[in-house]
Design a protein around this ligand. Structure first.
Ligand code: SAM
Length: 284
């Protein structure tokens, strides 16, 4: 994979991220683009026979409307349940995230206990579960968890993962995690919750645990969810809880409609004096 030009300095706004000019500006989160041959599409589940008769933009608008009205009338968390109930899940790839599968198959993921918050239909949970790694997928939506359980029932690795309906921000598991993977969860929560997200991530990780963020959407659209993100957005809140980037690179395994708007970030807790001489510039 192509190298990412990245320079790390010690100040919070420290990243000089390569390839910024290739970001799709003004693009929507769930942008309508041709499907990459053989690859996933971020609009329709790539392996699903289901094709919605409703155009993508309309479904994105409906999804945002449902969340907005739930937020105004009762609770934003109920809004997620409504979206899942009504099939308004335009973010759903319908298959595991290619980059995560790549990291798993190349032995580049920590073993032990892994957590995927906001796991949705759970493809990533199942994809990286194995005898050396137990994966827990959590989601606030009962319907999402039901769907994840149904889709994965009968998987040969079923004993290595579990799904749980719970709120990431209030959940207190009995054991900490070696790995947390965040993809399209950070961008889905309200931006004012980001410092709380970072604190919770840190609290849930073992002292030598690792956070992997697939940062998306890196573009300049307004509003959300999904809210636009930058690597600095993550760095600002994670630095505040003592977590440091060890690698930030472009994700060149992004599905076609998201290509150029994703970066992989790997983060660790600081142990005493910074043990990190800098962020890795290597490619995946
Ligand atoms: C944009 S979706 C992403 C789903 C999945 N990560 C994916 O890529 O397909 C965000 C998910 O986060 C869940 N969610 C939102 N707030 C949550 C919370 N406080 N705790 C747990 N899950 C939450 C939603 O129900 C939704 O399934």
């Amino acid at each position: 994979m192509r190298r990412c030009s990245l320079i790390y300095r010690s100040d919070p706004v420290a990243y000089t991220l390569g390839n910024l000019s290739t970001f799709c500006t003004g693009a929507r989160f769930f942008k309508s683009s041709p499907v990459k041959p053989g690859g996933g599409n971020n609009m329709e589940p790539s392996k699903s026979k289901f094709k919605s008769p409703i155009p993508l933009d309309a479904r994105v608008n409906s999804f945002q409307q449902v969340l907005r009205s739930a937020s105004a009338s009762d609770s934003p968390l109920n809004g997620w349940e409504k979206c899942w109930n009504e099939g308004l899940t335009p973010w759903d790839l319908g298959s595991p995230t290619p980059l995560l599968v790549h990291l798993h198959t190349t032995g580049s993921l920590p073993k032990g206990r892994a957590l995927i918050p906001g796991c949705g239909a759970g493809y990533d949970v199942v994809a990286i579960a194995c005898p050396e790694r137990h994966v827990i997928g959590i989601d606030i939506s009962e319907s999402a968890i039901k769907k994840a359980s149904e889709l994965s029932s009968g998987s040969p690795n079923a004993e290595h993962y579990s799904f749980l309906k719970t709120d990431f921000f209030t959940w207190c598991p009995s054991e900490l995690f070696d790995l947390i993977f965040d993809y399209t969860f950070f961008c889905a929560i309200e931006p004012e919750l980001r410092p709380t997200w970072a604190r919770k991530i840190c609290d849930l990780l073992k002292p030598d645990g690792e956070l992997i963020t697939l940062m998306y959407p890196i573009d300049d659209h307004e509003g959300g969810p999904p809210y636009r993100v930058t690597a600095t957005d993550y760095e600002e809140v994670l630095d505040g809880v003592g977590m440091k980037a060890i690698q930030i690179v472009d994700n060149e395994l992004a599905v076609a409609p998201r290509m150029g708007r994703e970066k992989l970030g790997r983060w660790r807790k600081r142990c005493g004096q910074s043990q990190l001489s800098g962020v890795s510039k290597s490619s995946l």
